[in-house]
Design a protein around this ligand. Structure first.
Ligand code: GAR
Length: 210
């Protein structure tokens, strides 16, 4: 089985979707630990309920990003992960950290990347008047929200949508595609080859599997 460590900062609804999928019989992946950068991350309780090791490393206790990351890396690597999954982890990671997990580090972002990198994506989509929105799963590279795309899901923007309504519509898709991508990786079907993503040996298009 593929040993997965999940990093969170908040509610952990994506973590929940991943845990639910990994608990199915014959799942190729096992979540061995959940780590948060804040003690009050709601997802820690979800991990507790699921009987999964859960820890927190409070980033605000460290003066430098590097010292925080060194502590985090130590905790992560204690669990010998084959795959590190960012699920609503809201700290920017240094190039050193990203390089250490190159090819085994995934992120989910609530936009159709490369559009709307960064924060407040739903509000920005509404303000732009876009008719389409969505989410993206990608291998993490040193560029913020810039790594090679693996999968995307699209949702319509409806008249009268608020950021909250739109976020909920996108989250339902996040909960569908993230477990799928983790399965692909755990089954050995998904590889990062330089800047290219291979699924079953085939190069995926730039937007990934849509
Ligand atoms: C999700 O929408 C995820 O895509 C986003 O935070 C939310 C976490 O929700 N991630 C980012 O914005 C990363 N920059 P969750 O805690 O319920 O999974």
């Amino acid at each position: 089985t593929c040993r997965v460590v999940v990093l969170i900062s908040g509610n952990g609804s994506n973590l929940q979707a991943l845990m639910d999928d990994c608990q199915k019989p014959q799942s190729p992946a096992q979540i061995v630990a959940v780590l948060a950068n804040r003690r009050d991350a709601g997802g820690l309780e979800r991990a507790r309920v699921a009987g999964i090791a859960n820890e927190w490393v409070d980033h605000s206790a460290f003066a430098e990003r590097e010292t925080f990351e060194n502590a985090l890396r130590g905790r992560i690597d204690n669990h010998s992960p084959d795959l590190l999954v960012l699920a609503g982890f809201m700290r920017v990671l240094t190039a050193d950290f990203v390089r250490h997990y190159q090819g085994r580090l995934l992120n989910i972002h609530p936009s159709l990347l490369p559009a709307y990198k960064g924060l407040h994506t739903h509000q920005r989509v509404l303000e732009a008047g876009d008719s389409e929105h969505g989410c993206s799963v990608h291998f993490v590279s040193e560029a913020l929200d810039g790594g090679p795309l693996i999968a995307q899901a699209k949702v319509p923007v409806e008249a009268g949508d608020t950021a909250e309504v739109l976020a909920a519509r996108v989250l339902r898709q996040e909960h569908r595609i993230y477990p799928q991508v983790v399965r692909w990786f755990a089954e050995g079907r998904l590889k990062l080859d330089g800047q290219q993503v291979l699924l079953d040996g085939e190069v995926l298009p730039p937007q990934g599997r849509v």
